[in-house]
Write a new protein. Structure first.
Length: 63
C-alpha cells in the first residue's frame, strides 16, 4: 500500500486539494501498477508561521 505524504502551507481551497489527491493517486497507480484502492494520500497543512524559508517564517516573507 503506497502512502504519499505531502506537507504544504495551509490556505489552499478544498477543490485544489482534492485535485492534488486525484492527480497523485493517478500517478502512483500508473507508475507503480498498484490498485487505486490501495493508495493513500495524506495532506499535512502547516500555518505560515510554522514554515521557515531563508531563516524567516513564511508569514513574514514578502509575497
Amino acid at each position: 500500500m503506497p502512502i504519499i505524504d505531502v506537507t504544504l502551507i495551509d490556505g489552499r481551497p478544498p477543490a485544489l486539494k482534492a485535485e492534488l489527491i486525484r492527480e497523485l493517486t493517478d500517478a502512483a497507480e500508473r507508475v507503480l501498477g498498484v490498485p487505486r484502492a490501495s493508495i493513500r494520500v495524506l495532506l499535512r497543512e502547516l500555518p505560515p508561521e510554522n514554515w521557515g524559508v531563508g531563516g524567516e517564517p513564511k508569514s513574514q516573507a514578502p509575497r
